[in-house]
Design a binder for this molecule. Sequence first.
Ligand code: NAD
Length: 268
Amino acid sequence: MHKTIAFIGAGNMASAIFGGMLDGGYPAESIIATSPDDTLLATLRERHGIRTHTDNATAVNEADVVVLAVKPQIMRQVCEPLREAVQARKPLIVSVAAGLEATTLEGWLGGELALIRCMPNTPSLVGAGAAGLYANPRVDAEQRELAGELLSAVGLVEWVAEEALLDAVTAVSGSGPAYFFLFFEAMEEAGVNLGLPRETARRLALQTGFGAASMALRSEHDPAQLKRNVMSPQGSTERAIQYFEDAELRHIVDGAMQACAARAREMA
Ligand code: NAD
């Protein structure tokens, strides 16, 4: 018997997750999505065969798991009216909202609950996400497993033992796609400076990033070893890597990620 999962907010992140679950064979009748937008809900019913409600409390009343997937700015106004339904039913709460602490959410939902915070990233929208998950002490093993299954529908899932580590997850994978986009931009520009047509430089840079990640994910060697494998002594790759090292790329990356995590802490 599949657990009923209610997505409060049926936008990009929610539809990526339930889309992935449906592709993996999760039954459509066990998924509910809510939104004030009737037209959106009609499209979702038609496209995916899932159930929908415009009233969030009605969805909570039927759910074993409630996924909070509205924008953080409106989370409070969405959660407070759900207090009664949530406290009566005590479903597992999974929040994908950036920056909202577990105790803040529990407060808005009227008291202690089994709650999992998830920090996903945008590649989840193409099934290649990387998410960090934190479970509060009230979450049991079965609920953990279910949440892991849910989020692995859109990519890699890594658990962290302390909530504060979600700021580090934000710095690595939450904001990480933007670092790579910056690097791709820079590689494209440098390729153009070396005489390649822009589109050619872009495609080569993107495919190289994809290829390097695919190779590293499959390899028994760590990235440091894989890098050494590509560098022949006195060769052209070695020249480029030496340039990065002399320019203190590692120090720049560390500084950028410290700044990211500090900002994530500030915003919580
Ligand atoms: P979105 O705007 O695509 O989706 C939000 C949905 O909430 C919309 O469909 C809207 O109709 C619905 N909504 C608005 N008011 C509502 C209400 N009162 N009741 C129920 N539903 C309501 O946003 P998104 O990008 O899917 O982001 C959702 C959450 O996911 C956010 O909290 C965000 O921090 C988190 N997140 C998203 C990404 C991403 O890649 N998109 C990455 C990390 C975290």
